[in-house]
Design a protein around this ligand. Structure first.
Ligand SMILES: [Zn+2]
Ligand SMILES: [Zn+2]
Length: 443
């Protein structure tokens, strides 16, 4: 049995030891420290950003990009493992006992031509699916990489303020929503520590200095759609002898939208878009088949199930109307919605609100999809947030019928590097510190 005296003594010791961990974070002071360190680091980050921007690499080909990040992270003191999930990398920094916090960036660019006219614009090309294509960082993953390196450097500089392990991962092929899965299948959470908390950010066409976030659903479920309508080919002048698959495909493209307007609850999000329609070779030949490719986006599983059902039913009905054989309908499961963890967001919210005031705002979930959801579904409670990239005056002008803002995936997408990366580094550093602090308090 422990004496009352010993109990009192150990309680006193506990409270002394507990003071640093339980003290509230001095956000204003931390923000100042982060910004000062950012200023001295920025010339290096700017050079890294522009180099990566000018030399983008496409999904699963990010060999040079990955090597550049590996070198940066080793220089900061991280232990780096390359080729995780083909071209991905994992960088670990241990700083005593404590939780493992993950920060993820993407590595890949898009198969498209950049038309920004910037001095550091990409003119690079690559072979993709057997053909040559231009490559461009038109989704801003280069901003994420520069912010990721900057955050790593800042957190190591602040290592007296936290205890635990940093797990910085650079993921390939986000645009193909395949890289997260590739890293997990290659042992991301078995060969390396399974993180207690994870973070990722994405840039977007709103003012720099602003941060957008949400609790719960943050991005959409994406499923792929493939339909083959089977007809009977023949002469364009004798349609009575044919079953016209172009007619079926056209009817389907229009009728499928009635699922959105008539079947789905209008207050719920759901989109089906047909992005490709392949049929025929010449104007006077009715082909014997038509192939459609589309994408189905939803937030909720019940809306998703309803849409899948409606799409299949509409395709079969369109074929039945033409007296054609049943079509092949394939819906391929894509990536799941990113769902932010309330406790992780709650801790970060307090700190980021104190740091950014009303520039830190809740926004509705985005309709694009993100394979960051793979990490969440593998059991990493997370927060995914967005940062703006454009001059606030340009954004205001666009709102007042000025020139529209090029968004992600536009050939004109052109973030303003310094303020955007600064917000990325400051917000991500504070978010990571909030997670260490939350865990230290045992919440
Ligand atoms: Zn993208
Ligand atoms: Zn992206």
């Amino acid at each position: 049995m422990r004496s009352a005296k010993t109990l009192l003594a150990s309680a006193a010791l506990c409270s002394v030891l507990a003071v640093p961990a339980h003290a509230e974070l001095d956000v204003a002071k931390l923000k100042q420290t982060i910004e000062t360190s950012f200023e001295s680091e920025y010339p290096k980050l700017d050079a890294l950003y522009k180099d990566i921007h000018a030399h983008p690499e496409i999904a699963f080909q990010e060999v040079k990009t990955s090597a550049k990040l590996a070198a940066e992270m080793r220089a900061i003191g991280f232990e780096v493992t390359e080729k995780v999930g083909k071209t991905g990398l994992v960088a670990i920094y241990k700083n005593g006992d404590g939780p493992t916090i993950m920060v993820r960036t993407e590595l890949d660019a898009l198969p498209m031509e950049e038309k920004t006219g910037l001095p550091y614009a990409s003119h690079d090309k690559a072979i993709w699916h057997g053909r040559e294509t231009f490559v461009a960082h038109s989704c801003g993953h280069d901003i994420h990489m520069a912010s990721w390196v900057g955050t790593a450097k800042t957190l190591v500089g602040l290592k007296d303020h936290w205890q635990g392990t940093l797990m910085f991962i650079a993921q390939p092929a986000e645009e193909e929503v395949a890289g997260a899965k590739a890293m997990i299948e290659d042992g991301l959470f078995t060969r390396f520590p399974k993180p207690d908390v994870g973070f990722a950010l994405h840039d977007g066409a709103f003012p720099y200095g602003y941060i957008a976030y949400r609790v719960g659903v943050g991005s959409s479920n994406a499923d792929g759609l493939y339909i083959k309508f089977k007809g009977r080919g023949g002469h364009g002048a004798m349609p009575q002898a044919t079953i016209d698959p172009v007619m079926m495909a056209s009817r389907f493209v229009v009728d499928v939208q009635s699922i959105i307007s008539r079947e789905k609850d209008p207050t719920e999000f759901g989109v089906v878009s047909i992005g490709a329609l392949h049929a025929g070779t010449a104007g006077n030949i009715i082909p014997d088949e038509a192939i459609l490719l589309g994408t189905i986006r939803t937030f909720k599983p019940e809306v998703r199930a309803k849409m899948h059902d409606g799409i299949e039913r509409t395709a079969r009905a369109v074929a039945a109307m033409a007296n054609a054989p049943a079509p092949d309908v394939r819906i391929t499961e894509g990536t799941k919605a990113v769902v932010n963890d309330p406790a992780v967001v709650g801790a970060a919210e307090k700190v980021l609100k104190a740091a950014f005031g009303d520039k830190f705002r809740v926004t509705p979930p985005g309709t694009p999809s993100e394979d960051y959801s793979e990490y969440i579904n593998a059991g990493v409670p997370s927060m995914f947030f967005n940062i703006g990239v454009y001059d606030p005056e340009r954004v205001a002008a666009a709102r007042n019928s000025g020139p529209p803002l090029p968004g992600n995936h536009s050939p004109q997408f052109a973030p303003v590097p310094q303020p955007t990366i600064q917000t990325g580094v400051t917000a991500m550093t504070l978010a990571v510190l909030s997670a260490f602090d939350q865990r230290a308090k045992g919440q």
